[in-house]
Design a binder for this molecule. Structure first.
Ligand code: CA
Length: 236
């Protein structure tokens, strides 16, 4: 069986050791870097399948590392940062990171994030331009070729803007999408920087999709960062 290689970039030895032990025991091959320079050199020599990147490194700025890697590689990058630094997470996602983990994180969360990112990178690499298969999760179904949305078989009527938002989140299901990523995708590069229009649309979407809009099961809010749509159940 092909083992996936994870590059762990972390200067705190206890966290690096814990993460490494956890991943090895779950069948991953692991390499560790404790500085940004080491990370960049291992990223190119090792060609890891996924990179876990601590944003607080002694030598290089995390954003710089992401941007540098993104100039030549699409390897999924999951950033790891402290709970309070929401701006960092947004910046990292917009710089090209795929997802983030908040310290302290648990084993199941770590494994879930890695699985999701790997699945997405495989899916993207296999992309052949054909229409995507329908998105399905918890009774919600989106047919991208017909542009229809149903919940438990009942048609849901969304405005074109609302549909674009939901389709974009569904095509990136399981991953957090920043407010600005959604805004850019839906309203284009001249979108206003204020995300009020997005929040208004999301409130309407939830009223139409969710049984209880205050406790959504399809589209989750990542406070201060963006939205994450429930994982596609059919995705391999
Ligand atoms: Ca650190």
């Amino acid at each position: 069986m092909h083992k996936f290689t994870v590059l762990i970039v972390e200067d705190e030895k206890s966290i690096s050791d814990f993460t490494s032990r956890t991943l090895v025991s779950h069948g991953y091959r692991v390499s560790c870097a404790s500085t940004g320079k080491e990370a960049l050199s291992l990223a190119s020599s090792l060609c890891p399948d996924i990179i876990l990147l601590d944003l607080g490194l002694p030598d290089l700025d995390g954003m710089e590392i992401i941007q540098t890697i993104r100039t030549w590689s699409g390897t999924p990058i999951i950033v790891v940062s402290a709970r309070t630094l929401e701006d960092d997470k947004v910046q990292a996602l917009d710089a090209g990171a795929d997802d983030y983990l908040t310290k302290p994180f648990g084993v199941s969360e770590l494994l879930a994030r890695i699985r999701t990112s790997l699945r997405h990178s495989n899916k993207l690499n296999n992309g052949n331009g054909l229409p995507q298969h329908p998105y399905r999760a918890r009774g919600l179904e989106i047919d991208f070729s017909k542009r229809t949305i149903t919940v438990e078989g009942q048609a849901i009527h969304l405005t074109p803007i609302e549909y674009k938002i939901v389709a974009f989140l569904a095509q990136n299901s399981g991953k957090v999408m920043t407010y600005s990523a959604v805004m850019n995708n839906v309203w284009g590069p001249f979108a206003e920087s204020d995300n009020k229009i997005l929040r208004v649309n999301m409130a309407n979407i939830r009223r139409k999709l969710e049984r209880n809009p205050a406790q959504p099961v399809y589209i989750f809010t990542e406070v201060g960062v963006g939205y994450r749509m429930a994982d596609d159940e059919d995705m391999p």
